[in-house]
Design a protein around this ligand. Structure first.
Ligand code: GAL
Length: 672
């Protein structure tokens, strides 16, 4: 981030959600906050997120005094504000006067006041109220030099609303998409089970697969439309940048589609550190960082993270010493230009009074967590020159598609279906070997990548089919694992066999049938003179031109192909027809990466155990290397190819040895 027009100094945002409306009766606390913020090296706060009842206590009666004071107070210590629109929680008077703004559940029951993210995204009344308050905020603060960004709403969850207005809007969406009800009947295959509709008005958002898929698409689009209306309102008097805080793994929101409406991507990340799945969580967290960075392929913001525990989880592990700095540097290593927390000061009451915060109930700086945050702040200051740089250009893209996830996980043809989990399993190889990866949508331009990985890409419509075909034809390597191209974009099976259309030629295979294994069942395959375990699935594929690199070695498909390679145009297509325990994929990816000359940013970590990795950011002149140890053991010596400067100590090092949960940030000039 650049400070502002006058001061072109690079710096990282450090701070978090600040909800001073809780402390208006105790001004001494607000005063203490300012002292503590400086001590913690915090410079940016998200304000106004759930402040509607303070800003508009009665309909049409606005009171901006608390925001005026807060922004001025923060400005007095040189801190900036991410100013939020308050739409995530409406005031009581509004819900009481306009009950139609509340969301309706699937059984037709309208929610009552209380909680948050409970509004109907279609409601014209709610949209009008949001536009009004957003315009007021824009008018008053839209040019305020202490306001850095617009923080639009808070975590649009995408939970659907089943009210008559939403359903009517859905039917309009279907009319626009299909034109005629006959077309819709065909695309939904309604002749089966007597589901034929005679008008759009009969379509309810449940039941058949095609409707459910479109209902999800519509719901996500409807929230996006709501967000765009919010953005248009703040833009009325302001040209400040806009973001909305997205969340990892939200099922209902197709975030791939949101990026174009936002200037800066931001997201909230709450991995289960120190859980039995700690190392998996570290890799999954890395995946989501790469996912959000890739949305714009530009620096983004970690908008929320917990400096301690998350009280909404079943088990509440504190971050052990070192973990907060490591988790924060993970964000920076992946391209975040900030480390922000939820929240600055612990609430005294209600839902989140036991959630981790920078300032605890004791209210001073003499706590373990405060010192940790302070330490992270110091590091961010020492490495400030990295802010604004991008990550090292990735040669590998992993595909991820929300619509595919919705269709695949709902489909009734296989046992365990875990799209996000399966994609992350494939990502782990690259993460662990410090190979930069982008996460791309299958519709994106893939031409710059040496290797593209498509896991469980069940839904392949014509555009994706052409995109993948073109990519391989012009020289790319495409690695697909299981379920490739079984249905089109409306969840209709492709006729003439799998994978879809031209992909049979691209991969040189035909996929005849799928066998699902019971949990605990194990089969085997052999490839490259080695035996590997198969879990969960095996597909019965036939080589139609492809070279067979691996064969099933037991079961009814024994001696038949299960891993193939095919040359198509200038490129190559690999097909893995089974789910494995990770071992096979590791060897296969290693061989392919070696053949394609795909490099790690730190060869030294490749020798190390799972959970020790590295990432790189660069401005083209200097390379910034982050070496991270997520394991609970010291890393041992990690050799560097050339000497680097440690950005925190100034030391020149040729190797590093990280303690448990340790991280080092090094730099070196780019040669030439
Ligand atoms: C986020 C939310 C915050 C807070 C936080 C607690 O999802 O945006 O307002 O509730 O979780 O972890």
């Amino acid at each position: 981030m650049k400070n502002d027009k006058h001061e072109q100094k690079q710096y990282f945002l450090h701070g978090g959600d600040y909800n001073p409306e809780q402390w208006r009766e105790t001004p001494e606390i607000l005063h203490e906050d300012l002292q503590l913020m400086q001590k913690a090296k915090c410079n940016t706060f998200s304000v106004g997120i759930f402040s509607w009842s303070a800003l508009e206590p009665k309909e049409g009666e606005y009171d901006f005094s608390f925001l005026d004071e807060t922004i001025a107070n923060l400005a007095s210590i040189g801190a900036k504000v991410n100013l939020s629109t308050p739409s995530a929680a409406m005031p009581y008077w509004m819900a009481a006067k306009y009950p139609e703004i509340m969301k309706v559940n699937v059984d037709g029951v309208r929610k009552k006041f209380g909680g948050r993210q409970n509004f109907c995204p279609t409601s014209p009344v709610y949209r009008k109220k949001v536009r009004e308050i957003n315009k007021k905020l824009s008018e008053r603060y839209g040019r305020n030099e202490n306001v850095l960004l617009w923080h639009i709403s808070n975590e649009y969850y995408g939970e659907p609303c089943y009210c008559p207005l939403c359903k009517a809007k859905f039917r309009e969406y279907l009319k626009k998409k299909y034109g005629t009800v006959e077309r819709l009947n065909h695309e939904y295959w309604t002749a089966f089970w007597s589901h034929t509709y005679s008008s759009f008005e009969e379509v309810e958002p449940n039941g058949i697969a095609g409707v459910q898929l479109d209902w999800r698409r519509f719901t996500s689009e409807n929230y996006r439309d709501f967000m765009r209306e919010e953005i248009a309102a703040v833009r009325r008097y302001s040209d400040k940048k806009v973001t909305t805080n997205m969340v990892t793994a939200i099922y209902e929101m197709d975030y791939c589609k949101f990026a174009g409406d936002l200037d800066i991507i931001s997201f909230d990340n709450y991995p289960a550190w120190h859980s039995p799945e700690h190392l998996h969580e570290a890799a999954a967290s890395a995946f989501w960082h790469d996912f959000f960075r890739s949305l714009k392929n530009a620096p983004y913001l970690l908008m929320e993270s917990s400096p301690g525990l998350e009280n909404w989880k079943k088990y509440n592990k504190l971050k052990e010493n070192g973990m907060d700095k490591l988790a924060s540097m993970q964000a920076v290593a992946h391209g975040s230009d900030g480390v922000l927390y939820f929240q600055w000061r612990k609430s005294r009451g209600d839902s989140e009074k036991f959630h981790g915060a920078v300032v605890d109930h004791v209210g001073n700086d003499n706590t373990r967590i405060f010192r940790t945050v302070q330490n992270t702040g110091e590091t961010l200051e020492k490495i400030a020159e990295i802010a604004g740089t991008n990550t090292k250009r990735a040669e590998v893209a992993i595909l991820f598609d929300w619509e595919n996830m919705w269709a695949f996980e709902r489909s009734q043809f296989a046992g365990r279906k875990n799209y996000r989990g399966d994609v992350i399993e494939a990502y782990k190889f690259f993460w662990n070997n410090a190979i930069p990866c982008d996460i791309r949508n299958p519709h994106d331009d893939l031409s710059g990548y040496k290797l593209v990985v498509a896991v469980d890409l069940y839904m392949v419509g014509e555009t994706v089919e052409n995109n993948l075909t073109e990519y391989v034809k012009s020289g790319g390597a495409l690695y697909a694992k299981c379920f490739l191209g079984m249905v089109n974009e409306n969840d209709l099976c492709h006729p003439r066999g799998f994978p879809a259309g031209k992909l049979k030629e691209v991969f040189g295979i035909w996929n005849e049938e799928l066998d699902t294994l019971y949990p605990g069942d194990m089969r085997k395959l052999s490839a490259n003179g080695k035996e590997y375990a198969i879990t969960a699935y095996e597909e019965h594929i036939h080589a139609r031109g492809a070279t067979v690199l691996g064969q099933y070695s037991d079961g009814m498909f024994s001696c038949e192909p299960c891993f193939t390679e095919n040359s198509y145009g200038e490129g190559k297509a690999y097909y893995q027809a089974f789910a494995d325990d990770g071992e096979f994929e590791k060897d296969a990816f290693e061989r392919i990466c070696d053949a394609l000359g795909i490099k790690s940013v730190c060869g030294g970590v490749k020798e190390k155990t799972f959970g020790i990795t590295a990432h790189m950011r660069t401005d083209g002149k200097t390379e910034y290397l982050f070496i991270e140890n997520y394991t609970d053991e010291a890393s041992g010596e990690i050799a560097l190819e050339i000497p680097h400067e440690d950005m925190e100590t100034g030391e020149i090092v040729t190797s590093v040895n990280l303690p448990r949960y340790g991280v080092r940030i090094l730099k070196t000039k780019v040669k030439g």
